[in-house]
Design a protein around this ligand. Structure first.
Ligand code: NAP
Length: 355
């Protein structure tokens, strides 16, 4: 896309929440997209964004503060590209209504992720899965469409696993997460539940981690996605970290790699070429650490403006073949930043079709 084309107007649904606010921050000064509309529940609709939003990080952009919050209704929100940070209780109906009305919806909710005709995409990992959009439009009679990004913990694990699976074929994956409080939205987990504590349960999180990676690392064809043939066992824990989900992984492969072979894959992986140079693409999508004490949320969560997944502690696993740790920013790489990168890829490859 050339710099001389006018920006594409975009909207954020669920703009008042934790992920919605991250969209608002990341879209400020975006070279291709102009945030024209914000929408949320009936509780917020009709009021100024500044009056209904408890802004979490830094200063609220003044251009957005004065916008009137719209209802999540395609007759009230007219932008051709719509980023959805809606709660899953409402995302199903609302996102379908926008897609049927000709809008391209970039969803963060779980509702459509596993539908066979809906792309579930981390651009560096499976940019080619966006081809599902053509069949989705034909089958559902939509002129718009829905593209989803994955559960935030599954995203970090899938990026770490992608180069190793491609080279050695993952067979069994054990994943134990330590997930930040911002993953629970705002206001999220009560302070007395989480300060000085670990909560060994996150509602509906483990099934998502156990099924979404196989779709993303699967093979796409005209008949859909053949999931990658590995099994995942997940333990999800909430910890007192502000931003950044950490996942400890143990993996068995079809062919056991040496530590050097695995390190070489992780060190050199740059992801799908179609993504290189897009405005939100980090230069290094996977940062591999050789040192013993990384990655850490405090030190590494901001890498690549929150879009880099950090991986380290690669070592032999006495049960499986290898173990390692992955960590990344849950509301940026795992949500809003991932969605914006998906939209950039759709525009760059001529699939946005909504201008
Ligand atoms: P959140 O902070 O609770 O925000 C929820 C948003 O949905 C708010 O803007 C809220 O608007 C809106 N909403 C609630 N009920 C609605 C209704 N009936 N109609 C229209 N809008 C309604 O949640 P979040 O953490 O940002 O998560 C948003 C979505 O992203 C969820 O599906 C979540 O699973 C997913 N996700 C979150 C993360 C993360 O790290 N937090 C990562 C990946 C994916 P009001 O302010 O008007 O109530």
């Amino acid at each position: 896309m050339t710099a001389t084309r006018p920006p594409i107007k975009v909207a954020v649904l669920g703009a008042t929440g934790a992920v919605g606010q991250t969209f608002v921050r990341l879209l400020q000064g975006h070279p291709w997209f102009e945030l024209a509309e914000v929408a949320a529940s009936e509780r917020s609709a009709g009021r100024a964004y500044v009056d209904v939003t408890r802004w979490i990080e830094g200063e609220m952009p003044s251009a957005v503060a004065a916008l009137t919050v719209q209802a999540c209704d395609p007759s009230a929100v007219t932008s051709p590209i719509v980023f959805s940070a809606l709660d899953s209780n409402v995302a199903g109906e609302v996102e379908a209504a926008f897609a049927a009305a000709g809008r391209l919806v970039l969803s963060n909710a779980k509702n459509y992720r596993m539908d066979p005709d809906v792309p579930l995409v981390i651009p560096e990992v499976n940019a080619d899965h966006l081809a599902l959009l053509d069949g989705q439009r034909a089958r559902r009679g939509w002129t718009g469409g829905i593209v989803t990004n994955a559960n935030c913990a599954a995203t970090m694990a899938a990026v770490a696993l992608a180069p190793l699976h491609a080279a050695f074929g993952a067979r069994r994956v054990f994943a134990a997460t330590m997930q930040a409080v911002s993953g629970a939205g705002y206001p999220g987990v009560p302070s007395l539940d989480i300060l000085g504590n670990v909560i060994p349960f996150i509602g509906d999180e483990e099934p998502k981690i156990e099924r979404e990676m196989q779709k993303m690392l699967g093979v796409v064809s005209t008949s859909g996605v053949t999931p990658a043939p590995f099994v995942v066992s997940a333990h999800a824990n909430r910890v007192a970290v502000e931003n950044g989900h950490t996942i400890c992984l143990s993996v068995e492969f079809d062919r056991a790699p040496t530590l050097d072979e695995a390190a070489q894959q992780l060190r050199t992986w740059r992801g799908h070429a179609a993504v290189h140079g897009l405005p939100s693409a980090p230069e290094v999508p996977l940062q591999f650490f050789e040192s013993d004490d990384r990655p850490q949320p405090r030190r590494d969560v901001g890498r690549g403006r929150g879009m880099t997944v950090s991986v380290g502690r690669l070592r032999r696993d006495p049960l499986f073949h290898l173990k390692f740790v992955a960590m990344g920013h849950n509301t940026i790489r795992g949500a809003a930043g991932g969605s914006i990168l998906n939209a950039e890829l759709l525009v760059a490859t001529g699939r946005a079709g909504a201008r």
